[in-house]
Design a binder for this molecule. Structure first.
Ligand code: GLN
Length: 199
């Protein structure tokens, strides 16, 4: 049985729990992680969207950030959506610097916290994702984007020349919210990143 953890400090927690449960289809359980001690027992962890400054601060103060880093470095898959994509990055924009966010620094990426501007708060776009036959209806909410990525990063999707989905080994970063649609393809793709799971 698989155990999937959803970091439950803040943000779109419940939607990810439900999407992961549906994607698991009885092959495991989903737990909410609020404190240190929860991450080490998981086979994979999801960092949801929310407000990245708050999420970041609490993840470090609760001791969760270090546990994610340690497990991710030993191969555990981590999916970061929206604010989660920001946390996974190594480098931020001036806004990240200004708020003194200490990112997890797991992916070789630079992020723009509010890449699509504040004027357009949210929108949906049919996204072509590498390896997927049909477009994915992606929901963007004050979305960030990856502005540059190192050689080891596989770009899975772009929107207006900005990287909005990327994978680096066991790490998956999405600028949008797959948990807000009924489409489970990305959650299933993520589960297949768990060692031993069929792809
Ligand atoms: N741009 C937001 C931030 O910097 C993230 C938005 C989201 O996760 N929906 O925190």
């Amino acid at each position: 049985m698989l155990k999937i953890g959803v970091i439950a400090i803040q943000g779109n927690v419940q939607e990810h729990v439900q999407a992961a449960e549906r994607a698991l289809d009885g092959r495991g359980t989903v737990v909410k992680i609020k404190h240190a001690g929860g991450v080490p027992g998981c086979d994979a962890v999801i960092i949801p969207g929310g407000e990245s400054t708050t999420l970041c601060r609490l993840a470090w103060s609760e001791g969760i950030a270090q546990e994610i880093i340690d497990r991710a470095r030993s191969g555990m898959p981590v999916m970061g959506t929206c604010a989660g994509l920001i946390l996974l990055a190594s480098r931020g924009d001036q806004e990240v610097a200004k708020t003194k966010q200490r990112l997890l620094g797991l992916m070789d990426t630079t992020v723009d916290r509010n890449a699509f501007g504040r004027q357009v708060d949210s929108f949906e776009a049919p996204l072509r994702i590498k390896g997927f036959d049909e477009p994915f209806n992606a929901v963007f909410i004050r979305a960030p984007a990856i502005t540059s990525a190192g050689k080891g990063v596989d770009v899975l999707a772009k929107l207006d020349d900005r990287i909005v989905a990327a994978r680096q080994g066991n790490l998956l970063a999405l600028a949008f919210h797959p948990e807000l649609t009924d489409d489970l393809r990305l959650h299933k793709y993520f589960l297949h990143m768990i060692p031993g799971e069929r792809n």
